[in-house]
Design a protein around this ligand. Sequence first.
Ligand SMILES: Nc1ncnc2c1ncn2[C@@H]1O[C@H](COP(=O)(O)OP(=O)(O)O)[C@@H](O)[C@H]1O
Ligand SMILES: [Mg+2]
Length: 254
Amino acid sequence: MGSTKEKNTQNDTNVVLEIEDLQLGFGEKKVLKGFNLKLFKGEKLAVMGRSGSGKSVLIKCVVGLIEPDNGRIEVLGKDISGLDQNMMDDLRADIGFLFQGSALYDSMTVRENLEFPLRRHTEKFNPDKTDKMVQEALEHVDLEKAIDLMPAELSGGMARRVALARALILEPKIIFYDEPTTGLDPITAKEIVNLMNEVQKKFKASSLIITHDVDCVRRFADRIILLLDGQNYVEGTFEELSSSEDPKANMFFK
Ligand SMILES: Nc1ncnc2c1ncn2[C@@H]1O[C@H](COP(=O)(O)OP(=O)(O)O)[C@@H](O)[C@H]1O
Ligand SMILES: [Mg+2]
């Protein structure tokens, strides 16, 4: 008994994100009904669920954009409900967020889009280094040449890579990917997943990806949680879940 407990404690020191009993509704509609997860250091965890199952709102709760009705969220050891605006901003500097659909600012060049998080977190870097950081971030995604382009001049895959560079520019400890491959053709989607894997190695980050793209999950995730009806339905590796005999688990992999 004693040794089991010790083992759990040991594991818990490696938890970078913990969500406990997360509940959220809009009016009468309950979207999350007690969702739980732990993301471990260096891990690549996927949450899979159908469209409208609450994946994006889950991440928005974690980064403090939406306040849940109930539940506890701890990011890098801090309970976010106890944080004021400044503390939350500090914490966000350690989090990279690739929004669904890239979400670049249309009226800004690629360079300005990448400078944006830097300007918000001046305490974390020396402003003299802005140019160098922007350049390096673009090198990570192999797009140095796009630095002065406008978002409208980028292909879908390029825009996604710029968005990835923007998510990485502050060298975050945790990266959230919201549907990183949705809307891309299969070859471009594969390139994005390869980049995500490279980034993971380079930065030794911990990643949480939410998606319904099976191929992306297969190539990226160490572990998968299925979100169904607002709760954890089942979790396991890709091999475990894709060969599951449970039809509800299996339907994602068909
Ligand atoms: N701001 C909002 N106001 C009302 N309903 C919302 C809001 N944001 C999301 N929803 C609803 O919550 C559900 C989950 O949305 P979302 O998390 O975006 O789903 P997905 O899993 O596709 O990312 C959907 O039914 C959506 O319509
Ligand atoms: Mg979504």
